[in-house]
Structures are given as structure tokens and as C-alpha cells.
Design a protein around this ligand. Structure first.
Ligand SMILES: *[C@@H]1O[C@H](CO)[C@@H](O)[C@H](O)[C@H]1NC(C)=O
Ligand SMILES: *[C@@H]1O[C@H](CO)[C@@H](O)[C@H](O)[C@H]1NC(C)=O
Ligand SMILES: *[C@@H]1O[C@H](CO)[C@@H](O)[C@H](O)[C@H]1NC(C)=O
Length: 409
């Protein structure tokens, strides 16, 4: 019986995806890579700060790190430029071009370099009259800009929404998708549309037709406060958000800030675990030239990445929120019965690891079976649990325990 139900559900999902979501073959699992914004912002001061300014040098160095330090093999294969790469004006034909001081060889050469490393290059445009940083916007040039970036060999576009009217976005983002499609080059399309349209006040079925991912909410900043603020918003709105995520179309809670200045070791694990549960795109925004071994080991954890990249693509849900403790569960593909990834997130700050006991029937496990449990970061095995055996965990303040539960056949 259950098998028929699952099969019918999967068939429905496949049908839904085929008929009404963006069909460019991209982002079948949440995209992964590196994005400049959170860490390098609009730093255009290459005179005083040549090592950290937005320039082709910076992107070539990050490409080298992605390719040579093991990131690419784990799936981090997009290298993404954000705002402030352009010249302040278009050329006489109305074409965009990169700032010649900071990108002397132009974007096409940079794309060639990035491709030679086995990576993909992403770029940034803004739908409105100007980018958020005040550079030329695309509203009157959508087709031209689609052709320009396709001609350069761009593989992903993040299209921001500063200096635009939200009401124009409902034709603008779909038009941009159409023009990119017409170029014949598959370009992963990340739309900032919902972030400007109030987050949940958009028709996500339209989004899924035209975008591979979309920024729903506020920009992430370098603080634990910002991370938890975003987690809360995704939890509070999960009934709208979770059903619209799936292969080819993802909610995007914004970049990973693991490896930056603010997060502790526990908080870093927590962000990585939560982004995997949320089926979020995994774009690091950090300095890969000097990242600490601790941050690296979290971002390179194969188990977490495997959960993030699960082929079912089901976004996880917050199933318990009590006493400063949250439990988030994500269904993971398995042979006959699903596996589950579970994050126990301790939002408390009272010093000691928090002792928490529960049974699996309380946290979204659908099938009455025995499960083998292990911890994702430590590899610790907990043994076998049916739905009613009490599991007791100790979760560090501002930290997580992340469990992977596999049904025993
Ligand atoms: C290029 O960027 C530099 C800052 O690095 C700026 O001074 C210059 O005006 C920019 N050039 C154009 C044409 O936008
Ligand atoms: C938004 O719409 C108003 C009214 O149509 C218009 O005056 C304004 O220029 C628009 N703003 C942008 C950034 O397009
Ligand atoms: C363009 O759209 C069609 C129809 O959805 C799709 O089959 C094709 O793969 C798309 N091409 C590109 C380059 O995205």
C-alpha cells in the first residue's frame, strides 16, 4: 500500500516538474560554489587594498583555490562574481563591459580561465535601472545583456532587484529567462525577485517556471544573529516555502559565512547543517586563500554535503520548537523506505550542553521501523532505534547535533 502511495507521489512530482518548472537541465541538486558578496562586498579600492578588491585577480585566485584545494571535487564548482564588476557606463552600442582597471582582460578571458580549471563562472546583473552598488541596470537591456553574458561563456546569473518596481518583476524575470533560453546557452538563473516582493507574497509556481533558485529574504551578514534570523524566517514560513523547492528550483537563504570572522566552531557547524536540511544552495563567501582548517573541515564534510545534495530534493522542516531547542527533519532518498537527516539546533546560551530526550515518532518519521542512527560531524554511532525507544542527546549552546537515520531492512 505505502509503496503505491510513494510511487504515485513520485510520479506526480516528476509530472509536475516536467510540465511546469524551468527546463534548462540545471541545478538538479542545490548548486554549490563560491560567491564574492558577503566577504568582499563592493571593495573597489585596488590601490590601497589590491589583495581584496573586486578584480579579475581575486576571482582567478579563488578559482585556483576551488580547483586545487579539493573543493571542486566535493561539488563546489561555481565561481560567482557579484556587484561592482562593471564599468560605470555602457559602451556606445549599449553593451555592458567590465571595469578595465580591475578586469583588464575582460570577463570572457576570465570565463576561459575558470573553465580551464573545470569550474563554472557566475555573474551578477540587476533588473532595475541600477545595481544596488549604482552600476548600470538591465531593465531596458534584458535581451542585450542576456546575449552579452552568453557570449562571454557565463554559466550562472544572479539577477538582483535594486532600483526596480516590484510590479515590473513579474514580466522582467520571465523575460530575462526567455532571452537567456534564446541564446542557447544553459545559464543557471538565480532570481532575487521574492526578496524584494515581500518573501512569501509571490506566486512560487511562477518562480519555479523561470528560475533555478531565488533569494527569498534578507541578505546574510557576518553574524550568528543574522544566521538565526534567517533560520527563523524559513521555519516560520515553511508551509509556503518547503513545497516549492525541488530539483531545478530552490529556495535560497543566502551564502554560507563559515570561515569568516563571526561564527564560532559550533555556530559554523550549525549553519552548515541547517543549510543542508533546507536544501539550500551552498555558496561560500569567505577567503579560501586563508581559511582555517576547522572551517574547511566543516564545509568539506562529505556526509553533510551528501545530505544537501540528496536527489529527492525535499526541503526539510522544523518539526519541534521548544525551550530554545529546535528539531529539523529532512527526508532523504533511500531504496524502499526513506532515510532521514535530523538537526537538533540548540538556540540556548546557558553554558552547558543541553540534555534533550525524545522518540523518533515525534520528529516526522513516517514508517514504523528500526533505524540505525549516527552523528554526521563526529561519525559517532548511536545504535538501533525504533520509533519509541528514547534517544538522549547533549547539544552544545549555539550548536547542533546532526543525525543521519537509515532504516534497517
Ligand atoms: C574602475 O574602477 C576604479 C576603482 O577601482 C574607478 O576608480 C574607475 O573610475 C572605474 N572605471 C570605470 C570606467 O568605471
Ligand atoms: C516605478 O514606477 C513609477 C511609476 O510608474 C515610476 O515613476 C518609477 O520611475 C519606477 N521606478 C523604477 C526604479 O523603475
Ligand atoms: C529552452 O527552453 C526549452 C523549453 O523549455 C528547453 O527544452 C531548452 O532546454 C531550453 N534551453 C536552454 C539553453 O535553456
Amino acid at each position: 500500500m505505502w509503496k503505491a502511495v510513494v510511487t504515485a507521489a513520485v510520479a506526480f512530482v516528476l509530472l509536475f516538474c516536467r510540465s511546469s518548472t524551468l527546463d534548462n537541465g540545471l541545478a538538479r541538486t542545490p548548486p554549490m560554489g563560491w560567491l564574492a558578496w558577503e566577504r568582499f562586498r563592493c571593495n573597489v579600492d585596488c590601490v590601497d587594498d589590491p589583495y581584496n578588491c573586486i578584480s579579475e585577480e581575486l576571482f582567478m585566485q579563488m578559482a585556483d583555490r576551488l580547483a586545487e584545494d579539493g573543493w571542486k571535487e566535493l561539488g563546489y564548482n561555481y565561481l560567482n562574481i557579484d556587484d561592482c564588476w562593471m564599468s560605470m557606463d555602457r559602451d556606445e552600442q549599449g553593451n555592458l563591459y567590465a571595469n578595465k582597471t580591475r578586469f583588464p582582460n575582460g570577463i570572457k578571458k576570465l570565463a576561459d580561465y575558470v573553465h580551464s580549471k573545470g569550474l563554472k563562472l557566475g555573474i551578477y546583473l540587476d533588473f532595475g535601472t541600477h545595481t544596488c552598488g549604482g552600476y548600470p541596470g538591465s531593465i531596458k537591456y534584458l535581451q542585450k545583456d542576456a546575449e552579452t553574458i552568453a557570449g562571454w561563456g557565463i554559466d550562472m546569473l544572479k539577477m538582483d532587484g535594486c532600483y526596480a518596481n516590484v510590479s515590473d518583476m513579474s514580466w522582467g524575470y520571465p523575460d530575462m529567462e526567455m532571452y537567456m533560453n534564446k541564446t542557447g546557452r544553459p545559464i543557471l538563473f538565480s532570481c532575487s525577485w521574492p526578496a524584494y516582493a515581500g518573501g512569501i507574497k509571490v506566486d512560487y509556481s511562477v518562480l519555479a517556471k523561470h528560475c533555478n533558485a531565488w533569494r527569498n529574504y534578507d541578505d546574510i551578514q557576518d553574524s550568528w544573529d543574522s544566521v538565526t534570523h534567517i533560520i527563523d524566517w524559513f521555519g516560520d514560513n515553511q508551509d509556503v516555502l518547503a513545497p516549492v523547492a525541488g530539483p531545478g528550483h530552490w529556495n535560497d537563504p543566502d551564502m554560507l559565512i563559515v570561515g569568516d570572522y563571526s561564527l564560532s566552531y559550533e555556530e559554523s557547524k550549525a549553519q552548515m547543517a541547517m543549510w543542508a536540511i533546507l536544501a539550500a544552495p551552498l555558496f561560500m563567501s569567505n577567503d579560501l586563500r586563508s581559511i582555517s582548517p576547522e572551517a574547511r573541515s566543516i564545509l568539506m564534510n562529505k556526509e553533510v554535503i551528501r545530505i544537501s545534495q540528496d536527489s529527492l530534493g525535499m526541503q526539510g522542516r522544523r518539526v519541534i520548537k521548544e525551550h530554545g531547542l529546535e528539531v529539523w527533519t529532512r527526508v532523504i532518498e533511500n531504496k524502499d523506505f526513506p532515510s532521514y537527516a535530523v538537526v537538533f539546533l540548540n538556540r540556548r546560551d546557558d553554558g552547558m550542553p543541553y540534555k534533550y530526550s525524545l522518540t523518533l515518532d515525534k520528529i516526522g518519521f513516517d514508517y514504523d521501523m528500526d533505524y540505525e542512527l549516527s552523528e554526521v560531524f563526529t561519525g559517532q554511532h548511536y545504535g538501533h532505534y525504533d520509533l519509541r525507544r528514547v534517544l538522549t542527546l547533549h547539544i552544545n549552546p549555539s550548536g547542533v547535533v546532526m543525525i543521519y537515520a537509515v532504516p534497517m531492512s
